[in-house]
Design a protein around this ligand. Structure first.
Ligand code: COA
Length: 200
């Protein structure tokens, strides 16, 4: 069992989980998630398993320096246990767009709604704090669990690249989804920051 460092900063507060910073001292925890084949089977990082602690520290240092991305750790309430990572990638302030990505690395907490809440908090941050207009994502068509989450947060399918991904011996479509700021009602941050909810 890894040692969990002192209480993280709460950046976007939720009910079951909250978003806080990624932390170098959690690299060993992130490494364990990324080396869990059941977690990464539909992710591109699968090709890089087994990841060493150095790989994970390199990832952390790159993520910290990358000004076009914002990575968070998802922490479980009330114990502040890190359970996953979530982030905005390829943020384009000119266009007002960003890709989103999520991993709940602790498989024992899957199915509790953590991903749904964490994604909704991240989208709130993207629209309410960063002022983006559209967020998008991609997932491998076999990932039904992820699709449920994206549907619930309000993403709509934008299209798919047919048979663009191979997992094991099978080929799957790569599905793209997007969500616009005007289609999303801020669950937390508009009220917390005393901003209009609809961006008006
Ligand atoms: C996909 C992932 C983020 C979902 O996390 P989670 O915390 O379990 O998600 P939630 O609990 O918010 O929602 C999962 C929903 O999918 C449903 N679900 C679970 N297994 C399912 C399946 N095989 N088919 C369809 N729906 C399923 C659950 O019932 C739940 O819905 P419910 O709350 O209505 O019961 C998590 O499993 C994960 O990190 N997987 C590995 C990485 C990954 O795939 N990331 C996304 C890549 S694009």
């Amino acid at each position: 069992m890894e040692e969990i460092p002192p209480r993280p900063d709460v950046i976007v507060p939720g009910e079951k989980v909250y978003l806080g910073p990624i932390r170098r001292d959690l690299a060993r925890v992130y490494q364990r998630w990324m080396n869990d084949l059941e977690v990464v089977v539909t992710l591109t990082v699968l090709r890089r398993v087994p990841l060493t602690e150095e790989d994970e520290l390199d990832w952390f240092d790159a993520a910290r320096r990358d000004t076009s991305s914002k990575m968070f750790t998802i922490y479980e309430r009330p114990d502040d246990r890190p359970v996953g990572n979530i982030g905005l990638h390829e943020i384009d302030f000119q266009s007002g767009t960003s890709e989103v990505g999520i991993v709940i690395g602790e498989r024992s907490v899957w199915g509790r709604g953590y991903a749904t809440e964490a994604l909704s908090l991240l989208v709130d941050y993207a629209f309410t704090v960063l002022g983006l207009n559209q967020v998008w994502l991609r997932y491998v068509a076999m990932n039904e669990r992820a699709r449920q989450v994206y549907d619930r947060v309000g993403f709509r399918e934008a299209g798919r690249l047919r048979e663009a991904v191979r997992v094991g011996q099978r080929r799957y479509d790569l599905v793209f989804m997007d969500l616009l700021a005007r289609e999303f009602r801020s669950p937390v941050l508009a009220e917390k920051l005393r901003l209009p909810r609809d961006g008006a």
